[in-house]
Design a binder for this molecule. Structure first.
Ligand code: ZN
Length: 95
């Protein structure tokens, strides 16, 4: 999961991870609503329903919440802990 661990939080802190939910509004809510509870099979072969959406505040790519904050959204596999980004999930699931 270290592709995100660059330590460049907006406020300078190294940890800017947050649990996301539809209350964040904006595109964050849209993504969560379209992905949650969908069955997903990880590259480790573990199948699980998507939940526990997390996000990193990040400048480069991501989705905006209703406050205009940008989040890189991901869900971690409960088995192998691989972090799947929203982009990867969207491309692998037929919605
Ligand atoms: Zn896995």
């Amino acid at each position: 999961m270290n592709k995100y661990g660059n330590g460049n939080g907006i406020d300078g802190s190294s940890t800017s991870e947050a649990v996301l939910n539809p209350c964040f509004g904006g595109d964050v809510a849209k993504i969560i609503k379209s992905l949650r509870n969908k069955a997903f099979t990880c590259s480790c072969k573990h199948s699980f329903n998507l939940k526990d959406f997390k996000g990193y505040k990040e400048g480069a790519e991501g989705f905006y919440d209703k406050y205009g904050k940008k989040w890189s959204i991901f869900v971690a596999c409960p088995s192998c802990k691989r972090a799947w980004t929203a982009y990867e999930l969207l491309s692998r699931l037929v919605l």
